[in-house]
Ligand binder design. Structure first.
Ligand code: UDP
Length: 486
């Protein structure tokens, strides 16, 4: 009997153009390649330009994966146009941009995928796409491709959007603003308050593009063959096992700390990174608060001023990332007058840094964070407890996990969700958090345990490594079965 040869599996991966998606997505590409898959990794053109500008003097022909190839991984690199000029600001014009990503981008992806498949007819192509995209299900069906969906946030957030029908039935989608009702009917989720669900599920934001895009994508993700989560089985066991009853789900996080990532450097930072190491080395252990609100959050000058004054009043050492665009414009003058002079040796203010390197410094004893999921994972990995100041997207829900469930962080504001901050309260919170209060000792115990869970998960025999290997086996089987169909 003739046995059909196994076709070589080849992933097509198109990134979402924001830092919090690029980082885990690049690391997933490396990890898949390390298991013998070929990869075509695709950045949106403007991401390519931004990376070239930040790291290679605008040289346009850089191949960001050449080092990976030199180390033996088969990752080919290319770009796709999203229909906007390079200089169009995709953060400030978020609504307009995502309307077009929903409406116009799928046709571009379709054309790209058809070309890629035709150029390499002996490979078995499959799609690995961010769950936030709406195009994968339709395109996978059109070309008979295996469809792998990658979710870069916690399983709890996934479950909330996955079960929008249940939220609707219970009058919680859209959810009235400012109500505090219990949600105890989601499979695998014991209980959470309506206060803690993502703002885009609430009435005031229910007409925004984030809601439209995610509700569309999550309708379609039900057709995915596999769903990967950048979380850890031990941290979200019931949520994950309940999702698993519907579709194959695998917790493979924290992907930013895969062994392969730790040995292969790929340029992925959208801004050039200031070196903080010398400054940190001059500070005593656990004496520095690291402050950063990630790559997307926008706030206003008043919040910046209260945080600035609060940090000074606390007398705690700090590294503060004040990103260009943090107040919604590229006004470089966002800090209060005279602040830099007053800070002196107490603080280091940088536009961007290598966050993992900073969090790994023994000098860093706390992280004042907006609770972006990558930041939470990186803080847990480095064993750094958090002060939480969530602003938007998944951040309020992530706060609930960090503060209420895992007890590895505290709220900056009393209820954890207020956006207005007061310098005296900031100072008091920062001081007591950094200066060994009883509360802080409890957090230290908690974060030590969580750190061990994360490191254990990524060891050989650990849950995330095991889940990844299982996913790879299941994926190979599915690709082979599909190739037998055609
Ligand atoms: N980051 C960084 N340098 C900084 C601030 C952030 O490298 O100065 C990285 C951080 O390590 C994380 C990502 O940017 O991987 C931010 O992702 P996250 O999910 O925390 O927040 P988002 O930017 O999506 O709101």
């Amino acid at each position: 009997m003739d046995v059909k040869p196994r076709p070589h599996p080849h992933a097509i991966m198109i990134s979402v153009p924001y830092q919090g998606h690029i980082n885990p997505f690049v690391n997933l590409a490396l990890k898949l390649a390390s298991k013998g898959f070929s990869i075509t990794f695709v950045h949106i053109e403007f991401v390519h330009h931004t990376l070239s500008k930040a790291h290679h003097n605008n040289k346009n022909e850089v191949d960001f994966f050449s080092q990976a190839r030199e180390s033996g991984l088969d990752i080919r690199y290319t770009t796709i146009n999203d229909g906007f000029p390079v200089e169009f600001d995709r953060v400030i014009h978020f609504e307009e941009y995502w309307e077009s990503i929903l409406r116009d981008f799928p046709a571009r992806v379709d054309e790209f995928i058809e070309k890629t498949i035709k150029s390499d007819p002996f490979s078995a192509h499959f799609i690995v796409a961010d769950t936030s995209y709406s195009w994968p299900a339709t395109i996978a069906k059109k070309y008979n491709l295996v469809n792998v969906s990658f979710w870069t946030q916690p399983a709890l957030v996934f479950s909330l959007i996955y079960h929008l029908d249940l939220l609707r039935e219970n009058g919680h989608c859209p959810c009235k603003d400012n109500i505090d009702e219990e949600i105890n009917y989601l499979p695998g989720v014991e209980s959470l308050s309506t206060k803690d669900i993502m703002p885009y599920l609430k009435e005031s934001e229910s007409k925004t593009i984030v809601y439209t895009a995610l509700s569309t994508s999550f309708q379609l993700v039900k057709n995915a063959d596999f769903i990967l989560h950048n979380t850890i089985q031990e941290l979200e066991p019931t949520t994950l096992s309940s999702l698993n009853k519907k579709q194959p789900n695998y917790a493979i996080g924290p992907i930013n700390f895969s062994k392969i990532y730790l040995t292969t450097t790929i340029t992925k930072s959208l801004w050039s990174e200031s070196n903080c190491e010398n400054w940190l080395d001059s500070k005593p252990p656990n004496s520095v608060l690291y402050v950063s609100f990630g790559s997307l959050v926008q706030t206003n000058k008043q919040v910046i001023e209260e945080i600035a004054r609060g940090l000074l009043l606390s007398e705690v050492n700090f590294v503060w990332v004040v990103r260009a665009g943090i107040v919604g414009s590229y006004d470089s003058d966002v800090l209060p007058d005279g602040f830099i002079d007053e800070v002196k040796e107490k603080g280091l203010i940088v536009p961007w840094c290598d966050q993992i390197t900073v969090l790994s410094s023994p000098a860093v004893g706390g992280f004042l964070t907006h609770c972006g999921w990558n930041s939470v994972l990186e803080s847990m990995w480095c064993g750094v407890p958090m002060i939480c100041y969530p602003v938007t997207f998944d951040q309020p829900t992530n706060r609930k996990l960090v503060v209420d469930d895992w007890k590895i962080g505290v709220n900056l504001c009393d209820d954890g969700l207020t956006l207005l901050v007061d310098r005296f309260k900031v100072a008091e919170k920062v001081r007591s958090f950094m200066c060994g209060s009883d509360e802080n000792m409890g957090l230290k115990e908690g974060i030590k345990k969580v750190r061990e869970v994360l490191h254990g998960a990524m060891e050989i025999g650990g849950s995330s490594e095991g889940n990844f290997d299982k996913f790879v086996d299941d994926l190979r089987g599915k690709i082979y079965a599909k190739s037998m169909d055609t």
